[in-house]
Write a protein that binds this ligand. Sequence first.
Ligand code: PLP
Length: 406
Amino acid sequence: MVGLWLSPMGDLLGSNMSKSERFQTLCVHRGVAKDSAWNSVITPIYATSTFRFTAPMQHAGYDYSRTANPTRAALEECLAALEGGARCTATATGMAAEMTVMAMFPAGSHIIAGHDIYGGTYRLFSQVLAKNGLEFSFVDMTGDPMNVKKALRKNTRAVWIETPTNPLLNLVDIAAVCGIAKKAGVTTIVDNTFMSPFFQHPLELGADVVMHSTTKYINGHSDVVSGAIISKTAEHGEKIAWMMNNLGTGCSPFDAWLVLRGVKTLPLRMKAHNANALALAHDLEKRPEVSHVYYPGLETHPQHALAKKQMSGFGGMLSFDLKGGQPAAFKFVKALKVISFAESLGGVESLIEHPETMSHASMTLEQRRNAGIADGNLRVSVGIENAEDLIEDLDRGFAALKRSRK
Ligand SMILES: Cc1ncc(COP(=O)(O)O)c(C=O)c1O
């Protein structure tokens, strides 16, 4: 079985983690022990919209759950520690996190984003925020970070980085892009959803803000939609919390509790996702029906060296192009029995989706082709099942393709 690639950090411990608590310990212990009444081992769900004041102008720390809630605060404390940030705001969804971050920029601001980012992010930027006065440039920042420099304008306020990209698993050199942005006094925001803080620490690489769809790996069980924003500085974190309270984009206590429950096993799950994805990527590379496999853990990946430099593992996401285009992709997914044909990613169960008609359907055909997404591309969120069962399931898909050719 393939081994997990370890960074020079050796033990997958981010350097600005607390020196006394390593990553795995933070996952299990941060944000618990909040119950001073009964000392419950697990953080309770504070299912309350409001809190009694102890006296006029005095409360015990919380007044109204839109503003703050103890269960949400526990999750925020945990995620800030995992990303090495000063403060986290937990949100209702990943998109709510994006909206909260972007609401910080006044009309007339120019934002640079990758041209092959998640389709929902692309839609929010190009169809909602662009109409509200923000200007966007979508550039290929995976090929050459200098494209970011070329796109800078006087009114550029932020660079939005997603790495690895979705669904083609291209990498953005976070340190290089953040260096360019810093020189121009521009804020950098990294969507770290695909890698999770277990495999990638954007704040250490120079980013100002990290956002997550915690719906994915951080929760890991496909039973919640939620998000998070982690700020490097307390000052930015304070502004984000203020904005979240204005917009009402905060995470509910129950969802926060589910995410806190899920995050405890993040290191174990990420190692298993990584090992299985590498096994599937190697298998897919050998299939004659496949024209390309996209996975940063493959030595053939054009940015494999960068992957080893800025990540401490390669993650559980891969995609591949089938030679027969969309008809082949549809036949393939219909034959699968273990891997579910569904959107989303990052759960313990394997999922497969067709970016052309699902996750990236909100892009125009031209935009998809421009980003390199073919109609035969299938994206797999490789789960933690037995790898041989997953490979046997791929066999079913390829057998269906062979049958249809006869
Ligand atoms: C990379 C990435 N960012 C953000 C989002 C949005 O998150 P959510 O669906 O939790 O709103 C997604 C959802 O698929 C995603 O894949």
